[in-house]
Design a protein around this ligand. Structure first.
Ligand code: AFP
Length: 285
């Protein structure tokens, strides 16, 4: 099957699409339409909402079909992220209003990570549960019930090559995490470059992932509706936290389908430390 390498197309985010991005997008759309429960979908790969099934669908699904595209061809873990909302509009298949709901309104959210095994993690607002794919029977088996993420983590995950583009606050935070400034957190660095993989490790082992705004991406790089919001839902349900640096991700009112946001997500005390330090550095001018 011809599934590796570039598709030779550019998506709505202005990024090169891989063949697997395109395939994953088609598979997701087909699978959600097949359920007969989804009226409208939105994909990180497509500009506009995608009508599904007007008659039956009570739900709206937003998804990043393949997160971590640059890792596909080098055999590093990648994932799929999904966010499910109740439909709020009345007519037809629904419209943009159904997609632009706060993360707090999600009825369920989660992700699948394709790594050394295939694991699905989801929450429907009643804890976080992990399932692993058993390829022999073709079903997901429950492996981890009611996941609780550590309050403080041993890892920090950030693309440090952006250091000179960050605000003074983030530069200080990373120096603290390295143990060269402040009270010597002395955390270990881990950065995969697939959000799902970095998030999943930190969820289980404890840690913090950050993708701040910088001078190249003044609103951050990651997408609120397809990446930040669903993972924030999972993080909070596991006892962690997620913020854009000042506001909880789940409280942000989305204005645009492909809106970007800075993201700080993971162990609760570490996220609180980041917010506190940003406030202090800002106040000190
Ligand atoms: P790609 O899908 O283009 O590889 O981007 C992945 C991603 O959206 C997210 O999964 C990563 O955490 C983040 O971007 C990595 O971005 P940098 O390459 O700028 O560190």
């Amino acid at each position: 099957m011809d599934i590796l390498g570039s598709a030779g197309t550019i998506n709505v985010q202005g990024e090169q699409q891989q063949k697997l991005d395109v395939l994953a997008n088609e598979v997701m759309k087909e699978a959600f339409c097949h359920t007969g429960r989804v009226s409208l979908m939105a994909s990180e790969e497509e500009e506009d909402p995608i009508p599904a099934d007007a008659a039956a669908g009570k739900y709206v699904v937003l998804f990043d079909p393949l997160d971590g595209s640059s890792n596909i061809d080098v055999n590093v873990s990648i994932g799929t992220i999904f966010s499910i909302h109740r439909r709020v509009s009345g007519d037809g298949c629904g419209n943009l209003v159904d997609c632009l709901q706060r993360g707090r309104e999600q009825v369920a959210a989660g992700y699948v990570i394709y790594g050394s095994s295939t694991v699905m993690v989801y929450s429907a607002g009643n804890g976080v549960h992990c399932f692993t794919l058993d390829p022999v029977i073709g079903e997901f088996r429950l492996i981890n019930h009611d996941v609780a993420t550590p309050r403080t983590g041993k890892y920090y995950s950030i693309n440090e090559s952006n250091y000179t583009r960050w605000s003074a606050g983030y530069q200080k935070i990373v120096r603290c995490f390295k143990g060269v400034d402040g009270d010597g957190h002395g955390k270990n660095a881990r950065y995969i470059g697939s959000l799902v993989a970095d998030f999943h490790r930190n969820l289980l082992a404890g840690g913090i992932f950050m993708y701040p705004a910088d001078t190249k991406s003044p609103n951050g790089k990651l997408r609120l509706l397809y990446e930040a919001s669903p993972l924030a839902f999972v993080a909070e349900q596991a006892g962690g936290a997620a913020s854009d640096g000042t506001t909880p991700i789940l409280d942000i009112e989305p204005k645009k389908l492909h809106q970007r946001t800075p993201l700080v997500i993971g162990s609760r005390d570490d996220v609180a430390f980041v917010e506190r330090t940003l406030r202090e550095v800002e106040a000190a001018g």
